[in-house]
Design a protein around this ligand. Structure first.
Ligand code: HEC
Ligand code: HEC
Length: 273
């Protein structure tokens, strides 16, 4: 865990470097580095160039969308509003796979518009220019409520032995199919490698810690790549109970791989971030 802490605290400033660069986006874009946002929050899946070939793409089915429209002309026919919705509300909200996460509880509206503007520079299209809203509140990142210490215990105490099995099954379904946590976390040799492997959560992590991560990742690490999914208490509880059952032995657990991209390592080592 320590390693993640160091990495992310060091990353806090990465988005503030380099000005401008939101491609076709215009108006009120001051301070938003859309290219940097894309690199930091999207490139592990979509690739730095947007061709859908990030290092995590091989773990995902369906594959991340190719934002350059090289193989298939797809992006060009989407409206700016369609793209905003997909990024803000996630793949599931637009009839696509939940492996495309929800960013609307994490990034500001202005940042998401800037990302739409940036994606528009990656492929040919006739969409109108993206205008970034000028209202100050649209530039503020959402602030999901903090989860008080001990709150998890009050919820967990109410779960009867009779209900527990069904909740664990629901948690697994949410994790793998409905919310798509598996896009970044590996369990039983399946899933992404953007975040830590979770097959030994039952040994490694306290339930309260899992619950609080699930509800509000930014409260742990302000600039973690894990977005806030806006989970209800009930869903976060079910996921926590499920992860608590994962007790793979060291041999069965998926071996840890490098989680940092070479370029991120370089940035860290050279003290740029
Ligand atoms: C964990 C991997 C992952 C991350 C991170 C991710 N995406 Fe995706 N994205 C996907 C996958 C997988 C799909 C394809 C979903 C499908 O076709 O069912 C997708 C699809 C999309 C689409 C197309 C939606 C549509 O209507 O078909 C857009 C736009 C998009 N992503 C933008 C982004 C942006 C912008 C970011 C960063 C803020 C991002 N994605 C981060 C995995 C990811
Ligand atoms: C876009 C990728 C991504 C998605 C999707 C994602 N996470 Fe994460 N998660 C991370 C990263 C990265 C970390 C490690 C913290 C860091 O370095 O930012 C993390 C950390 C965690 C941790 C702490 C693990 C530890 O070893 O300390 C838990 C628990 C967790 N995530 C649960 C979830 C759950 C539950 C979901 C689904 C609701 C989820 N994650 C979805 C990327 C993701």
């Amino acid at each position: 865990m320590k390693r993640f802490l160091v990495v992310n605290i060091a990353c806090l400033y990465v988005l503030l470097l380099a000005a401008g660069c939101s491609g076709k986006a215009e108006g009120g874009a001051a301070g938003i580095n859309a290219k940097g946002l894309y690199f930091y929050y999207c490139s592990h899946c979509h690739g730095e160039k947007g061709n859908g070939q990030g290092y995590n793409a091989k773990n995902l089915d369906p594959s991340p969308r190719d934002h350059t429209d090289t193989e298939e002309k797809y992006m060009k026919d989407k409206s700016n509003e369609d793209l905003f919705k997909a990024v803000s509300k996630g793949g599931k909200a637009v009839g696509k796979a939940p492996l495309m996460p929800v960013f609307g509880n994490t990034l500001s509206e202005a940042e998401i518009w800037a990302l739409v503007g940036y994606m528009r520079t990656l492929h040919a299209n006739s969409a109108p220019k993206v205008t970034i809203p000028a209202e100050p509140e649209k530039h503020e990142r959402p602030k999901p409520p903090a989860v008080a210490r001990g709150y998890y215990k009050t919820l967990a105490e109410k779960v009867t032995d009779k209900d527990k099995g069904a909740m664990i099954a629901k948690g697994e379904q949410l994790f793998k199919e409905k919310i798509g946590c598996i896009a970044c976390h590996r369990v039983g040799g399946e899933g992404g490698t953007v975040g830590p492997f979770l097959d030994r959560s039952g040994f490694r992590l306290q339930p309260e810690y899992i619950f609080r991560w699930a509800k509000n990742p930014q409260a742990f690490l302000r600039n973690t790549k894990m977005p806030n999914f806006g989970l209800s208490d009930e869903d976060a509880l079910a996921i926590t109970l499920y992860l608590g059952t994962l007790k793979a032995g060291p041999k069965e657990a998926h071996p840890a791989e490098e989680i940092l991209l070479p370029r991120e390592k370089e940035l860290l080592q050279s003290g740029q971030i």
